[in-house]
Ligand binder design. Structure first.
Ligand code: PLP
Ligand code: CA
Length: 304
């Protein structure tokens, strides 16, 4: 995959593309919803695809919720019958990686949020306790747990200098794994605001430790391997639909999937065309095969 032509799809072409695919992977934010609002037509598209016998998966870099919490969100936003098994988040996949791939012998030190903690607990991966932030604790005296064998960084609204300092100490041992839930730089919020993403916190720790994190979320292949190990997907019969070129489309390219950019989220058609026309092979991998205005275009195409 990679080096897509950015072809804008219309009715019959969308139908032909879907006829050739059995699995549809949706990114979440910017594709099926924006924050707490469903993208118009998205719930109907998901239902219709399932009715037509397609397998549908949701692949999100948002590590703030555990899977069961996503099930509730889908239901609240009008998506009928989205099952926990269909949802692959960077938190769930990070826990799966530590348990099944790294086979961690020891504890993980987490810079992250509730979603990551819950998935680690569900996977039976031991987490180093933060040790009640004692008043007066300093970078000289804060306790370090000798059983820590991995550091995992994700989105953390309670990120502190102390957490960065501790993680940095753990990473001085070359035997300590360094993982990041996802590399996202920032995310759009309501009202034109943005929030820094996991990638910005990871970058701080990469600089402090002179090491590079292993990324679990998109655009890394691991999320696709995780789905594949459970459902046996054929990349040639799978489609990735996303709104961010450097994460979703690059992920699809890395995994050998056909890619669709939808314009209801972060990236624009102009950015897609710039990637397509770039001379850099790495940039070309961020160019989607196809472009639609919205996933709602699929609804129209299938109902015609
Ligand atoms: N991480 C956080 C903290 C977010 O708020 C978001 C989007 O809202 C994401 C990641 C990206 O999620 P997705 O991969 O579904 O676009
Ligand atoms: Ca997105």
């Amino acid at each position: 995959g990679g080096g897509g032509g950015c072809v804008t799809l219309r009715g019959a072409q969308i139908r032909d593309l879907l006829d050739a695919k059995h699995n549809v992977l949706f990114d979440c934010d910017g594709v099926v919803w924006n924050g707490e609002t469903a993208v118009t037509g998205a719930p109907e598209v998901v239902s219709l695809l399932k009715q037509r016998g397609k397998r549908v998966f949701f692949v999100t870099n948002n590590c703030t919720r555990p899977r069961e919490n996503y099930v509730q969100k889908f239901s609240r936003l009008g998506f009928a019958d989205v099952a926990e098994e269909e949802i692959f988040s960077s938190a769930y996949c990070s826990a799966a990686y530590l348990r099944d791939v790294a086979r961690l012998q020891g504890k993980v030190y987490v810079i992250g949020c509730g979603g990551v903690m819950k998935e680690l607990r569900d996977a039976g991966v031991p987490v180093a306790e933060e040790g009640d932030a004692e008043p007066g604790a300093s970078i000289y005296t804060c306790p370090l747990d000798p059983d820590v064998k991995a550091v995992l960084v994700g989105y953390d609204e309670n990120f502190t200098f102390m957490k960065l300092a501790k993680a940095c100490c753990y990473l001085q041992s070359s035997e300590c794994l360094f993982l990041a839930t996802d590399p996202d730089p920032w995310h759009p919020l309501r009202g034109g605001r943005v929030t820094p993403g996991s990638g910005s916190l990871t970058a701080a720790l990469e600089t402090a430790s002179s090491r590079k994190a292993t990324v679990i979320g998109k655009p890394s292949r691991f999320m696709f391997d995780c789905i594949s190990s459970q459902f046996g997907l054929d990349p040639a019969r799978s489609l990735m639909i996303g709104d961010r070129l450097e994460t979703d489309v690059l992920f699809g390219s890395n995994c050998g999937l056909a890619t669709v950019l939808t314009l209801t989220g972060v990236s624009t058609l102009q950015e897609a065309l710039a990637f397509r026309d770039s001379q850099e092979p790495q940039q070309k991998h961020c160019a989607p095969d196809y472009v639609v205005e919205s996933v709602a275009d699929i609804l129209q195409a299938l109902e015609e």
